[in-house]
Write a protein that binds this ligand. Structure first.
Ligand code: ATP
Ligand code: MG
Length: 266
């Protein structure tokens, strides 16, 4: 039976006591951070809706990765606020706590367990979820096995389940890592430059995968490859010198003269 995905999202958010009733799942307001006097994030306001797939673009050094570092607790801002739902103040939580309440992050370089099979990698990712850790030490339940199979299908690696992860192509490793994040069923997924180094075919598959996640997860994708962004984009945010320069559909931001001047026109 297929359920409405937004409905699934609301149920999950309710489990976590996350209030997304006003729409956004992520609120960033008047955020600032400087590194040795250099303003990497400058009065940034950024909102992501529950279930939305958002692309973030911007030149090198615009502050895209720094924004993700702040959301995930890796970097502490000088001022401003970052809320998950309406009530959870992320600036008061540690990096592991933020991961635990449902914010997953994919770094650029894939970090899979090379000497384990694809299946085992997904199994280990599930074990990182404390709620299932004790049961996993015994044996996988039917539901857990089903979830691994489901994720294997989503990431297109069902036929590679028994292969060692180290033998996968670069693109397949990236999908496996996204799959490992999905095992934790995050409400918000942050993905930094997922298609760097991928073939065109791998990029198309990645686009399908990310598009398939919306509704069930909120996804923020940072990417430089404009063809890729165009292929998945719903709403696009252009960051420039640590704040939002433009936001809208791909067509809107591409035709925005300020964006053309500082970014796309280069
Ligand atoms: N921990 C840090 N210490 C010092 N400077 C930093 C730190 N993190 C980021 N910066 C600086 O902040 C600015 C923004 O960097 P950031 O990595 O967020 O950019 P980006 O938009 O992700 O760029 P790219 O597209 O190249 O990945 C850069 O000038 C960078 O050198
Ligand atoms: Mg970056």
């Amino acid at each position: 039976m297929r359920r409405d995905r937004t409905f699934d999202f609301m149920v999950k958010a309710k489990d976590l006591k996350l209030d997304v009733s006003h729409g956004p799942i992520l609120y960033i307001e008047d955020l600032n951070v400087s590194f040795d006097g250099f303003k990497a994030i400058d009065h940034l306001n950024f909102y992501v809706d529950a279930g939305e797939l958002r692309c973030v673009i911007g030149a090198n050094g615009a502050g895209k990765t720094t924004m993700m570092d702040i959301i995930t607790g890796k970097t502490r801002p000088d001022s401003g606020s970052v809320y998950f739902g309406q009530r959870i103040d992320l600036l008061r939580l540690s990096e592991p706590e933020i991961a635990e309440i449902g914010i997953g992050r994919k770094f650029q370089k894939p970090t899979v367990f090379e000497h384990h099979t694809v299946f085992e990698n997904l199994e280990l990712a599930m074990a990182a979820d404390k709620r299932v850790f004790s049961t996993l030490l015994a044996r996988l339940t039917g539901a857990q096995r089903d979830r691994i199979d489901e994720v294997l299908g989503m990431i297109g690696l069902a036929e590679h389940a028994k292969r060692e992860a180290g033998a996968l192509s670069h693109g397949q490793k990236q999908w496996l890592e996204i799959g490992m994040l999905l095992m934790q069923d995050p409400l918000l997924l942050l993905v930094d430059e997922p298609v760097a180094g991928m073939t065109h075919q791998e990029m198309d598959r990645t686009a399908e995968l990310l598009v398939s996640l919306q509704g069930k997860h909120s996804v923020v994708v940072v990417e430089h490859d404009m063809d890729f962004v165009r292929s998945i984009a719903r709403r696009v945010t252009v960051l420039h010198q640590g704040s939002v320069l433009a936001e809208g559909s791909m067509d809107q931001v591409q035709n925005d003269p300020r964006v053309v001047e500082v970014y796309l026109g280069e």
